[in-house]
Design a protein around this ligand. Structure first.
Ligand code: FES
Length: 108
């Protein structure tokens, strides 16, 4: 695993999703809810749609796919509603000294 700095915490809007393309096919939808930051795979498991264009439900801790409305749990990546059936990947995020850092697999 390697740690990749994404941005400063202040650069993330509370309750919004933002897309980060880390290269090597790793694209994240990053969501800030208060002081917590979550990162899931940006590609919906139902079709090739960017989840970071979707709506965050802060209370449910989900991100809704903008295409057909499946809601993905930001903690587990699991869909909470149809039509998506499969989870999306989740990534461990740390906030250290106001910097948002994500753990990703090393490139092969
Ligand atoms: S493309 Fe995301 S639910 Fe269909």
């Amino acid at each position: 695993m390697s740690a990749v700095r994404l941005c400063a915490l202040d650069e993330l809007e509370d309750g919004e999703a933002r897309r980060f393309d880390l290269g090597g096919g790793v694209v994240l939808a990053v969501v800030r809810i208060g002081d917590e930051v979550y990162a899931i795979g940006d590609r919906c498991s139902h079709a090739d749609v960017s989840l970071s264009g979707g709506i965050v439900d802060e209370r449910a801790c989900t991100l809704e796919c903008p295409k057909h409305g499946s809601e993905f749990d930001l903690r587990t990546g699991a869909p909470q509603s149809l039509p998506a059936l499969r989870p999306v990947p989740t990534y461990e995020v740390r906030v250290t000294d106001g910097e948002v850092v994500v753990a990703v697999e090393e490139a092969p």
